[in-house]
Design a protein around this ligand. Structure first.
Ligand code: ATP
Ligand code: SF4
Ligand code: MG
Length: 331
């Protein structure tokens, strides 16, 4: 059996904050295979971006990985020098962050930025890198690519800048693309185009995609699998089809119920009361318990681990019967 492109095992990250040591990531594991698209969803502060940054070795200086192992094509990165690790990650993984304006260099033309990785990292000639930049710009749907090579980021619309960011992410021929809220700054039409582009890349180039977002509709559209994140852990994961139809964790259920459904609008949406826990304090029991309609004594005492439930994996003591608790509460 071939190894996944990327494997993450039991990743833990701590961040020094002025409130104390924050246990931001508390044991994340995941595999990314060629051609797979995996969504990571969860509310603000759940640890989505820190997970991606920890994998890529791009954590802020006050954060560090305290445990865990990362494998690229079966090769462990533990024990490698920072330089070696960064080189492997940069070769295999492209990144698109939310704010393309901030991610692009304002004083370099877009052509220079797109051809930089082929030229410097892959050692291609200037002419070949230049050709590659035109090819990538065309691939990501930037019209008149040759002419636009010479423009600066501020001369382009938000949608085109985001496409430039995707072209840069693709310029080193990565096997995986990490997208951290890549479309939230865009209007819906451009958002749909960017999503279609990512979907095309997955289908044609067999690129693995990890897509972080708040937007469940986006996950539904382009991901096959989903990881629902809460308080620094994945609390439910499975196929999008299974999880969206039949969530096995009350938080996943609540997130889905609270998302607007354009096809079946309702007057009042379900809302998740309360706040996420403060992870500078020790977690006792299930971190979702103070907000959960199905919480029991057991939930307050022991934090559940991920286990197989139906087709999914779920970290909930009441994965199979929480809906009856909800119905009983509403009766
Ligand atoms: N540089 C930092 N210094 C201190 N705390 C940080 C830092 N970066 C992130 N955190 C904290 O780490 C936790 C996880 O943050 P992260 O950015 O991963 O959240 P997120 O799920 O990506 O949220 P959002 O949806 O808002 O982007 C949060 O509690 C956040 O406040
Ligand atoms: S373990 Fe208990 S508190 Fe946590 S989500 Fe499940 S039912 Fe709710
Ligand atoms: Mg984030």
């Amino acid at each position: 059996m071939t190894s996944p492109l990327l494997s993450v095992r039991d990743l833990h990250v701590e961040i020094e904050t002025n409130r104390g040591l924050l246990k931001a990531i508390r044991g994340i594991s995941m595999d990314v295979n060629a051609g797979e698209s995996i969504g990571i969803v969860g509310e603000s502060g759940s640890g989505k971006s820190i997970t991606l940054k920890a994998i890529l070795g791009l954590l802020p200086p006050n954060a560090r990985v305290t445990k865990g192992e990362i494998f690229v094509e079966g090769r462990s990165l533990n024990g490698m020098s920072d330089k070696e690790r960064r080189a492997i990650l940069a070769e295999k993984i492209g990144i698109v962050f939310q704010d393309a304006i901030a991610a692009l260099n304002p004083v370099l033309t877009v052509g220079t930025q797109i051809s930089e990785i082929p030229h410097r990292r892959l050692g291609w000639s200037k002419a070949k890198s230049h050709e590659r930049a035109i090819e990538l710009m065309t691939l990501v749907g930037i019209p008149e690519a040759e002419k636009r090579l010479k423009v600066y980021p501020h001369q382009l619309s938000g949608g085109l800048r985001q496409r430039v960011a995707i072209a840069i992410a693709l310029s080193g021929n990565p096997k995986i693309i990490f997208c951290d809220e890549p479309t939230t700054a865009l209007d819906v039409t451009i958002q749909a185009q960017v999503l279609r582009l990512l979907e095309d890349l997955r289908a044609k180039e067999n690129t693995g995609i990890v897509f972080v977002t708040h937007d469940l509709a986006v996950v539904n559209e382009i991901c096959e699998k989903v990881n629902v994140m809460y308080a620094g852990r994945f609390v439910e994961r499975g196929t999008v089809e299974q999880t969206f139809q039949d969530p096995t964790h009350p938080y996943a259920y609540s997130l889905l119920k609270s998302a607007p459904d354009m096809e079946h609008p309702v007057e009042r949406l379900f809302s998740i009361q309360g706040e996420a826990p403060d992870l500078t304090k020790p977690t006792i029991g299930c971190p979702f318990a103070p907000r959960c309609f199905a919480a029991s004594e057991e939930c307050l005492a022991t934090e559940p681990e991920l286990r197989h439930v139906h087709e999914s994996e779920t970290a909930c003591h009441h994965a199979t019967n929480f809906l009856s608790q909800l119905n009983a509460g509403q009766a």
